[in-house]
Design a protein around this ligand. Sequence first.
Ligand code: SF4
Ligand code: SF4
Length: 223
Amino acid sequence: MKRNCSLEEISDGRLYSINDMVRADCQDCKGCSDCCKGMGESIVLDPYDVYRLKKGLNTDFNGLLSTCMELNVFDGIILPNLRLSGKDEKCTFLNAQGRCDIHQFRPGICRLFPLGRYYENGGHKYFLQIYECTNKSRSKIKVSKWIDTPELKTHEKYIDEWHYFLKAIQYNAAKVSESDLKNINMYILNQFYVTMSVNENFYQVFCEKLKCAKESLNSITDI
Ligand code: SF4
Ligand code: SF4
C-alpha cells in the first residue's frame, strides 16, 4: 500500500537489497501479535498471495471471500485484503495462542514486516520501518532470509511487474468512464485472482496474463 510520508520519517534512512543485513529479526515474536491486529485494510493481497492462500487452504477465490478476505477500492482499483474480525480487529488467522495459523503460506506483507518496499526506477528496495514493530531488541538478519520466499529473484521481478502495472492502471482510473473502470476492475480481478489456477506455474501464467492485460487495456489506459 502506498504511504504519504517521506522515507526519513518512518525508517532508518537506509535502503536494503536482498543480500544486506537488516535489524528486522524479532526472534519469533515471543508471544507478541501486535501487527496482526487493528491494521485496517492494509494487508492488501497481490495475485501470488491469493494463489498461495488458495493452495494452502485448498479453496478457491469465493472460499477466501467467505472466510478471510474482503474487497476494497485502492486508488480506484478493487483489490483483495485480509479481513479482520472481532472487537479487537484481529486477523482471522491469528490463533488463540497468538500465533499465525498460516505461517507457511502467509501473505507477502506479513513476510516483510517490519520491512517495507520502496519502489524506484522500475524496481524496488527494502526499508526498515522503525516505529512499527513493538520489539525494540531485534537482531540483524539477511533480508532474503527474513522474507523467506522461494525463487526470490523471480518473485522480485514479478512484484515489480505487478506494482508498475497496477500503478499505471491506478493512475488512469480517474480518467476513464465509470463503465470502463468497472470493466477494468472485473478484468483484473478475474484474470489475476479468480482464474489463477493453483495447478499451474504461477510465474509463467502471470507473465502470459500480464502480456494479455497490457494489450487488452492499452486502448483504455495507455499502459
Ligand atoms: S510487532 Fe514485531 S514482535 Fe510483535 S508480532 Fe509484529 S513483528 Fe512480531
Ligand atoms: S496472516 Fe498471519 S502473520 Fe499475517 S496478519 Fe494474519 S496472523 Fe498475522
